[in-house]
Design a protein around this ligand. Sequence first.
Ligand code: HDD
Length: 681
Amino acid sequence: MEVTVVEREGKKPENKKTKQLEAFIRENKNQPLTTNEGVEIANDENTLTAGERGPTLMEDFIFQDKMAHFDRERIPERVVHARGFAAHGVFRVYESLEDITMAHFLQDPSLETPVFVRFSQVAGSRGANETNRDVRGFATKFYTEEGNFDLVGNNIPIFFIQDGIKFPDLIHAVKPEPHNEIPQGQTAHDTFWDFISSNEESAAMMMWIMSDRTIPRSFRTMEGFGVHTFRLVNKNNEAKFVKFHWKPVLGLHSLIWDEAQKLGGADADFHRRDLWENIEEGHFAEYELGIQVINEEDEFTFGFDILDATKLWPEELVPVRKIGKMTLNRNVDNVFAETEQVALHPGNIVRGIDFSNDPLLQTRIFSYSDTQIYRVGTNFQQIPINRPVCPFHNNQRDGAARYIIDKGKVAYHNNSLQNNTPYEVPPARGGFLTYPSQVEGMKVRKTAPSFQDHFSQARLFWNSMSDVERNHIYLAFSFELGKVKSKMVRQNVVNLIGHISHDLATSVAQKIGVQPPNVKESSETASSKALSMANTTFSPATLKVGIIVADQYDAAIVRPLLQQLLAAKTRPFIISETQETLTGTDGSTLQVDDSFLTGSPLVYDSLFVVSGRGATPHFNQKAKSYIIEQYNHYKPIGSSRSGMYLIQEVGIINKPGVTITNGPFKTYIQNVGKQRFWDRG
Ligand code: HDD
């Protein structure tokens, strides 16, 4: 199946944001080439020179116009989350949440709110490989009719540190080491692990990042979390504490480490390609929004402080209520104009939502707008992608690259010349009212005693893992720490792990040549089902199936196979030795999507082997290498009887998740949905 890019002109899903953006979109096709000042250009191949072989003349304004703009094309990349990819979509609430919030976009199930979501990785620079082990950003801008609300979250529900004053330290430790700028976008190096082992508050996050959560299969199969505790406030000015969750409809699925590392070479754009292609093909990415709610009077009834961003609220204690669905249904028109210039900011809240005193959140409220002014410019909020869809008026003026032309001589408040407009809006008529929460106490720089248990939830996470997940965490620690040159740092990390699981720390210690820990292990015995990826939804929908076919293939197999795979909403691709059209034994033809050379077994979720009478020795050799790679990554493999000789030759006949069938393909497709067969050993 060839990936067909849908011609989208004139077919954009209509909403207030798409309409607003339309006004700024420029179509260059069939237009004369001009300078930025509108002068038509007769020759764009040669500079203006004095004589045919002479020097370039300074008066060449056409060259200057082009080159000066080019010289300034880059803006600073984000100091973190530099590599990202985004899409447009819509959000709709399931039922009115009027009882707990007055947020306009959460009142009416018939109202569609435009959204823009940017996924990212924390440590890598803009060109980093996308399958590195890293936390992923999941940042959503809701263009509500009462202003923009940004939920700037990650795919992990907790964070490394409790107070944002340590954020620059954390990031300096995780970024490439400054003396040689190695390694790119990875945590497997000395300074990162030195930071972790010197900051016990990172213990729980350390466990999460060593799990498969940090090597997602797709942005479409990641959870998202607002991480912090926020407040929802209703029209009676009653508040509740809340945490936000995004749950992917396709379930939560990850790569395995060997696959993730190799994908870095096979397709460094693996995640953006996956999102882009699926949206183009109409497989829109869907996530349900959930909330956990704690009443104000229950703030102190949990064994952890709800203001501490290194703690989650176990779903067994505080269930997640699903309140709505987001659908990402449109790719951007221009990555720089939209994805790069979008300015997300946890300080962008709307009426009905408010902050808590979480010290990490409080510091973020400064950092994001500050960085946008540096990165994008003073008037960053006026750039099309950042504008709210509701009207906005104020007395702010001027600044570099001002887009809006404000009329009139009055730009101050109070004024009488303009009847005191733009006017203030009383809360009863929609003006934002900060929730009047009580604050008291001495000014201090101190960690609250309630923020000091760092190991119970780290242990809770470990207790909740399946055997496969535990093994992956063990291997991840062994890999990451194996790359740490300082033996002291390796020992310090093992000692930290010892507080969480003595067994885990001892096994890792054996792998990396340090002593087992001599510390007290956490006594936490609870576990939480929601933390294990083994308990997620499984479905074959949108999974990539590579069908290995040779010339003179059996069309009686391939035709129904393709039909049944498409009916199950998988994405089948024909793989062969070359990209030529193949001919079946019945004379039918088949277009090859990927040759063994241009493709890679790594990008497929499953393989089905058909082969054909025209299979050459080279075909057989390459097909076998594809099968072995898939098998080693625990992926389902199918074969018709015509392809069985290859399955036999690699010695995997009758192994778990290996199906031989000439159809119907129901069992094979069910296996595709299961995604991995861990019992291969
Ligand atoms: Fe942050 C970007 C998520 C803590 C300072 N952060 C950024 C992005 C995401 C997050 C998803 C990329 C947004 C985009 O796509 O443009 N950050 C988080 C989460 C955190 C967190 C979930 C903890 C719960 N961040 C955090 C702290 C600070 C920052 C404590 C500083 C006090 N983050 C930034 C930043 C960035 C950023 C420097 C870089 C680019 C940007 O803001 O727009 O301001």
